[in-house]
Ligand binder design. Structure first.
Ligand code: MG
Length: 309
């Protein structure tokens, strides 16, 4: 692997320049959905076409399958109680793995119609579960099961933690994909990865204001992809955006100014922070899963509205 760092703003040190990303897994077909479970020091991700969830044990440094079949799972996250939430392309649903190991269906329909193929998922401190629902998992048998969109639109949904009601909160994007809340949860970033359908289509990160009651308010594009397209994004605890791109990882300020790049020698599809200090950047490429320590800490999603509870 040939890799290098580009530090666009030299006053902001975000990389450890002598560190090279370490390959922790090299046998994937299409790795996505990275998620770190701090209590068990376990990094979990999805190998979508191989129909398996994988896990990396941070203590022993070993990789094994975690769940197979995974129903072509894609995005994973942990909720405030540490339970695994998973987007499944194959079954077109969002599930939660309970403490006893059973898998509970959280959402598989909106207004009576089947979802397309839930892709990425995040949990707010109020317990609500927000997920994107583009069509990638029904566009082919590779990423899921070829099928029709019953909804005819790809939206971002909010699942109410009390009533289990699913509400379409963003319906204006073409292929909504990666999601991230700002640290104070007043703003939401959403990737549109529609560029997969042609060069004229969007490949950007869009900002939504959540401060008023009702639907998120569209505040426009934060940054356009300069290398391929964006898929997964994560914020660090300074609200800097770490984005997976066609040439590796880009880091931006919250208002979209490029701070630096990790050029990994190939595309990165998705990423997340892990480790006891949340300063290990885990990166999913198509074949390889990588990790590298950085001079940043991932957002602590176990805090309430950015403050310790
Ligand atoms: Mg995605």
């Amino acid at each position: 692997m040939t890799m290098r760092y580009e530090q666009t703003d030299p006053t902001i040190r975000i990389f450890i320049l002598h560190e090279e990303p370490e390959v922790i897994f090299g046998d994937g077909r299409w790795n996505e959905g990275p998620c770190y479970l701090p209590a068990s020091r376990m990094f979990v991700w999805s190998d979508i076409p191989e129909d398996r969830l994988m896990r990396f044990d941070e203590i022993s440094g070993t990789v094994c399958a975690f769940r197979t079949p995974s129903h072509h799972a894609n995005g994973n996250t942990v909720d405030r109680q540490g339970r695994l939430i998973t987007c499944e392309h194959g079954t077109r649903r969002v599930t939660r793995t309970e403490f006893d190991g059973t898998v509970h269906i959280l959402a598989d329909r909106f207004e009576g119609r089947r979802l397309n193929s839930p892709n990425d998922v995040i949990v707010k401190s109020d317990g609500s579960i927000w997920f994107s629902d583009p069509t990638y998992g029904i566009d082919s048998d590779y990423f899921g099961n070829l099928g029709e969109s019953e909804l005819g639109v790809a939206s971002v949904y909010r699942l109410d933690p009390v009533t289990s009601t699913v509400e379409a909160v963003i319906t204006s994007m073409i292929q909504p994909n990666g999601l991230a809340f700002s640290r104070d949860e007043s703003r939401l970033l959403v990737v549109d990865s529609a560029r997969t359908g042609g060069p004229h289509l969007p490949a950007h990160i869009r900002l939504f204001d959540l401060s008023s009651k009702g639907r998120p308010e569209d505040r426009g594009i934060v940054v356009e992809a300069s290398a391929g397209l964006f898929d997964g994004i994560r914020l660090d605890d300074q609200d800097r955006i770490w984005a997976a791109t066609g040439e590796g990882v880009h880091c931006y300020s919250f208002d979209g100014r490029l701070l630096g790049k990790i050029l990994t020698g190939g595309p990165i599809i998705n990423l997340c922070f892990g480790g006891p200090k949340r300063n290990i950047l885990y990166m999913c490429g198509p074949r390889e899963v990588l990790r590298v320590p950085v001079r940043a800490r991932g957002q602590n999603t176990f805090l309430e509205n950015g403050k310790a509870s």
